[in-house]
Design a protein around this ligand. Structure first.
Ligand code: ADP
Ligand code: MG
Length: 501
């Protein structure tokens, strides 16, 4: 069965479809670098975290950092991928001022992690599987600084030698939404695993986005027989550093390619840059100018051999990942969409779980979405700065459920704690916020409203819709503390209104 074509682009000569594959560089969370003991801390004084190995001094020998290997394996397991017990480090040779060795130590033919998969939950409720081709370990380069002086460039080697994981997908994405969702999901997975902080502003995660277009149907043929001949020629857009820019780059690039093809031209395979200010991609280098890296096994490093038992011990230590958490939330009663929003950030998921303890799952999710996230949004805060604990919100939701307080009072109570702090149960008592279910008190409030509005009493007989106005007045009279259901029932009886309506 062929999947329906996605996000097609209409041309004069027919429709085109988009195919996308990504290569993501994720900085490994580790205290020291891949082959040296120098610190990886972000934001230090330039060139203050550089060992002789990182500076490429002659005769220095790299020593593999076990923690980085463990992080790569952990990530591979999180991607449900094949872990290769034997992998090789190769030298990728090129000259760059911020690459003092003259080569980058990377993995080419034999990476540490092979094929895996990432599931994407899309806005329309569908789920797609994106194949992972491989994950390999490599060194990061230093940084050239061109904006420090009008007549010189400087080099900062603090980043030189930090471990990166390059995660390569199969060309399994077909819309800008899917490409952005992939990066988001991958970021969530590595953050759950604790293998990369996912901080895109600091460059801890950056994506190279490969885009091609082909005639509608080409992708299905590719999936059927695996042959790339059914796909168009791709262009690679380098170093895109946000989900939004990934989506924008895909949209722009696909349109650019269709325009060329529609005009009778051909796509030349090349590397392009995305300019987020102009919202366009432009050529950086063509295939003809592409480097020949002369990969060869690094003679300073032995093959990396892992023990099965060690890999298994890492597997056993994996946390619950977003997909499993989402499934558990759905089983507890949340909609798939609500569940996927909650699991997108581990902190949010943890907060939700504490909030939902012992109360209705759906009520807890609604309270979190509407009240807590609404206030965070208003105040420009994120879930990690929330001023009211999950336990306090849990108590509020529990008090709504057992009719201790009304929904309206609950919101007021949250506002009080949000700005002044305090314990929700103690505040309900000290401020007299308990819901009034006592019919005597409700009846008294009703009599007071009737006495003050004799004309309205006549009107409501003809216009039963006015009953809502009475409910509002009685609620006001009780300071919002009356149980609205009880008020409604008592009013209908007192005013002789029909039950329904
Ligand atoms: P290279 O080694 O030249 O970078 P790869 O075969 O490793 O090439 O592919 C790099 C990335 O490009 C992968 O993410 C892959 O999925 C993607 N890709 C390959 N062919 C296409 C295509 N025709 N359209 C879109 N993406 C593609
Ligand atoms: Mg590549």
């Amino acid at each position: 069965m062929n999947a329906p074509a996605k996000q097609t682009i209409k041309g004069e000569t027919g429709d085109w479809e988009i195919v996308i594959g990504m290569e993501v560089h994720a900085q490994v969370t580790s205290k020291s670098k891949l082959f040296s003991g120098a610190s990886t801390e972000f934001g230090a004084e330039p060139n203050s975290q550089v060992s002789f190995v990182d500076a490429g001094l002659p005769g220095m020998l790299p020593v593999i950092n076990e923690k980085c290997v463990e992080q790569a394996v952990r990530t591979g397991l999180g991607l449900k991928a094949q872990i290769n017990l034997r992998s090789l480090f190769d030298r990728k040779n090129y000259f760059y001022p911020d690459l003092p060795q003259g080569y980058q130590i990377s993995q080419f033919k034999d990476p540490i992690v092979g094929e895996g998969e990432v599931m994407l939950d899309l806005k329309d409720g569908s789920t797609i599987k994106v194949g992972i081709e491989r994950l390999h370990l490599e060194q990061d380069a230093g940084k050239s600084l061109h904006d420090q002086s009008p007549d010189s460039s400087y080099v900062d080697l603090n980043r030189s030698g930090i471990a990166l994981m390059e995660i390569v997908t199969k060309p399994h994405m077909r819309t800008s939404e899917e490409a952005a969702a992939f990066l988001k999901k991958l970021r969530a997975i590595v953050r759950y695993l604790g293998t990369c902080d996912g901080n895109m502003d600091e460059g801890s995660m950056r994506a190279d986005v490969n885009v091609s277009v082909c005639r509608v149907g080409g992708y299905d043929k590719f999936r059927a027989d695996g042959s790339f001949k059914h796909l168009g020629t791709r262009c690679e857009i380098k170093n895109v550093n946000s989900m939004r820019f990934v989506a924008m780059a895909v949209e722009y690039e696909a349109r650019r390619q269709v325009e060329i093809l529609e005009g009778g031209g051909t796509i030349k395979q090349e590397t392009r840059l995305f300019d987020s200010k102009l919202n366009e991609t432009r050529s950086m280098r063509s295939k003809e100018e592409a480097h020949d890296y002369r990969y060869f096994p690094d003679p300073d490093l032995l093959p990396l051999v892992l023990e099965e038992a060690w890999v298994e011990s890492i597997r056993k230590s994996l946390p619950e990942l977003p997909d499993e958490k989402r499934a558990r939330f759905v089983a507890a009663g949340l909609s798939p969409y609500d569940a996927s929003v909650l699991v997108a950030e581990r902190e949010l998921a943890d907060y939700y779980e504490a909030l939902a303890k012992g109360v209705d799952a759906k009520a807890a999710a609604n309270w979190l979405n509407n009240e807590v996230l609404g206030r965070l949004n208003r105040d420009g805060l994120s879930i990690t700065d929330v001023p009211v604990s999950a336990a306090a919100n849990n108590a509020i939701v529990a008090m709504i459920a057992d009719n201790t307080i009304s929904g309206k009072i609950a919101k007021d109570l949250l506002d009080i704690i949000w700005t002044e702090g305090g314990d929700p149960r103690a505040l309900v008592e000290s401020r007299g916020l308990r819901q009034v279910t006592d019919t005597g008190a409700i009846d008294a409030a009703i009599e007071a409203v009737i006495a003050a509005n004799p004309d309205k009493v006549e009107e409501v007989k003809a216009k039963p819709k006015l009953a809502a106005w009475f409910v509002g007045q009685v609620m006001k009279q009780t300071g919002g503390k009356a149980n609205p259901g009880a008020v409604n029932a008592a009013l209908k009886k007192r005013l002789n209104l029909p039950e329904e309506g």
